[in-house]
Design a protein around this ligand. Structure first.
Ligand code: IMP
Length: 432
């Protein structure tokens, strides 16, 4: 029996999808506990790319039970198409009956707020995440269980003037003039129309309702019975609402605490942090090691650094071990997996940020402090060999092993495995 968590240890897009996919081979249950359609986990199966946004990455493993917990915000259109994908791969999906639903109005508000913010816009994915979580914490909005009866959806939307209030805010923001991206919903809908919103929700009832259940009870029993359970985090610890660099964060808990608060599970065998061998981020916000030069461009091209959900080019930079150490501390990380080490092949020299000149190691990093951080770099030699077919850790170039050793030394967390390419088998486990 094992209970494990996989978390992004940087700003998301760390290559978690592939790691979850690999570990889920030995898992009975894979659980998504945070985020929503903002996430994009790419997995390559026999050369075919699958991008998964809401369901756990285990949906493409035959026989795996996949769970979407009550702390996820659920986009019905995206979610239902992933239920189809699960069927295709022979896996099952259980959705928590109390999971909040992202309605088209949430997307409209997300887009409207970004336009209103102008120069200080967060650069959200415009998938309605912030507004949906906002309503969840205000204890209102549609839940998946409401889809069992149209009347429940109507009631959830109209209680205490909820939908009218959202419309008033949308008008105030001038949402009519904002571009609301609903293209991936494959449906024309006026987000300000109550009737259309109700019909839109009910359109998905037939596919969603048969998958509803008590996920917390299910996971609790499975752990008692000795199942192998894997919790899959979305985004990354540096985007966590509490510990990320506010306001440039997402709206959910991206640490191990996110599992505890939504599933009541507090004991874990391993909390695995997934970190890229360099750094990337999408959207705005402080990024001390960002490289706005040819090196950054080279990392973007070699690493194919374009968002899975929005297609946006990712900002690229050297690895920031200072921010990574902070993320490990706040996230509860016990083990690290370093992905995309192959992307660094061919650089004569590499740089690793091992501190900020103006912020001490123990300090809590905040948006304010990190915005003016002055990174200090350790310069290390690179390697030229192609490592994408390497099978054993000992066969990696000595410079790349020294690079990984530096990460271990700085964070105090062991590196268990290394990603060397997008395919399922392009991973080296250190002690297996
Ligand atoms: P939101 O989660 O769409 O509200 O976006 C808030 C911030 O988190 C923005 O900077 C997004 O680019 C970032 N973000 C959200 N989801 C992801 C993800 O899965 N990977 C990387 N960045 C993300």
């Amino acid at each position: 029996m094992s209970v494990q968590i996989v978390l992004g240890a940087q700003w998301g897009d760390d290559g978690k999808g592939k790691i979850v996919d690999t570990i889920s081979e030995n898992s009975d249950i894979v659980v998504r506990f945070n985020g929503g359609g903002n996430a994009g986990h790419t997995i390559v199966v026999d050369g075919k790319k699958e991008a998964i946004h809401i369901c756990p990455s285990g949906i493409i493993r035959e026989g795996v039970v996949n769970i979407v917990g009550p702390g996820v915000v659920f986009d019905l259109a995206v979610g239902s198409s992933e239920l189809e994908l699960a069927k295709k791969y022979g896996s099952t999906v259980l959705l928590d009956h109390s999971t909040p639903v992202v309605i088209p109005m949430h997307r409209a508000l997300d887009a409207g707020r970004e336009v209103a913010a102008g120069k200080i816009a967060i650069g959200t994915t415009k998938r309605g995440i912030g507004p949906a979580y906002g309503d969840f914490w205000l204890r209102r909005g549609v839940r998946l269980n409401d889809l069992t009866n149209k009347r429940l959806v109507q009631e959830a939307l109209t209680q205490s003037g909820y939908f009218d209030e959202l419309c008033a805010i949308a008008k105030h923001l001038g949402v009519d003039n904002c571009k609301v991206d609903l293209s991936d919903l494959n449906i024309e809908i006026d987000p300000m129309s109550l009737d259309q919103t109700v019909d839109w929700c009910m359109k998905y009832a037939d596919s969603i309702v048969p998958n509803l259940g008590d996920t917390r009870g299910y996971v609790h029993n499975a752990i008692q019975l000795g199942s192998n359970v894997l919790f899959e985090g979305a985004q990354g610890i540096l985007l966590d609402t509490m510990h990320g660099f506010r306001p440039y964060t997402t709206s959910s808990c991206c640490t191990a605490a996110g599992v505890s608060s939504t599933f009541g599970v507090f004991k874990f065998d391993r909390v695995i942090g997934v970190a890229k061998a360099y750094s990337t981020r999408v959207g705005s916000g402080p990024f001390p090691t960002e490289l706005n030069n040819g090196v950054g461009e080279r990392l973007r091209t070699q690493g194919k650094e374009f968002g899975t959900t929005t297609g946006r080019p990712r900002r690229c930079g050297w690895i920031d071990m200072h921010a990574l150490s902070y993320a490990c501390r706040m996230g509860g990380i016990t083990d690290l997996i370093v992905t995309k080490l192959d992307v660094l092949s061919g650089f004569k020299n590499l740089q690793m940020c091992d501190g900020y000149a103006n912020i001490s190691a123990e300090k809590t990093l905040t948006g304010m402090s990190v915005a003016s951080a002055v990174p200090q770099y350790l310069k290390v030699p690179g390697w030229s060999d192609d490592i994408t077919k390497t099978k054993l850790f000992e066969d990696l170039p000595i410079e790349s092993r020294a690079y990984l050793n530096e990460i271990e030394l700085h964070t105090g967390i062991p590196v268990d495995a290394i990603g060397i390419g997008p395919e399922r088998d392009q991973i080296i486990w250190k002690n297996r």
